[in-house]
Design a protein around this ligand. Structure first.
Ligand SMILES: [Zn+2]
Ligand SMILES: [Zn+2]
Length: 160
């Protein structure tokens, strides 16, 4: 069984490596999702990216970021924000779903609780990645992100 520490209450805060960019999330994330796609590998240099998916209205950041507009094979575009100074990948917005923000969980001040409840693009998973027995696995990306949010709620409840 996957051992999960309890989800700490909001707010959650994070920063880049150099500290010039800081962000704050004032509500629980809607999902904690690991993406194993090739683009996520390339844009981070890591084997996958763990992301907090949250409502953009609950999110704020300070400090200058550089934006890279990435176009996926699917045609979906997203703006990836990096610290303008140290280049740390911080968060991105998907142009087709601007109400959401995708925050790189590794930038959390305390990432100890951030454990995936879903994995996407699992057919591209790197050997050595540990899977949680209570996390869902999706081939490619789901047509509707709700399945990722439902997977999170199933593990952590709806916060009420
Ligand atoms: Zn920085
Ligand atoms: Zn990805």
């Amino acid at each position: 069984m996957t051992v999960r520490p309890p989800l700490p209450p909001p707010p959650y805060e994070g920063a880049c490596l150099c500290g010039a960019v800081r962000w704050r999330l004032n509500a629980r994330p809607l999902a904690v999702n690991a993406c194993h796609c090739t683009d996520c590998k390339k844009t981070t240099g890591a084997t996958n990216v763990l992301m907090l998916i949250a409502k953009n209205e609950d999110f704020s950041s300070i400090g200058e970021t550089d934006t890279y507009r990435k176009r996926a094979d699917s045609g979906r575009e997203s703006d990836i924000h990096r610290c303008a100074k140290c280049g740390c990948r911080m968060f991105h917005h998907n142009l087709a779903s601007q109400a959401l923000v995708f925050i790189a969980a590794g930038t959390l001040d305390d990432p100890s609780w951030a454990i995936p409840t879903s994995h996407i693009w699992v057919e591209k998973i790197s050997p050595g990645v540990v899977m949680q027995d209570d996390a869902i696995q999706v081939v490619g990306q789901p047509a509707d992100r709700k399945v990722l949010m439902d997977a999170f709620t199933k593990v952590y409840g709806d916060g009420t």
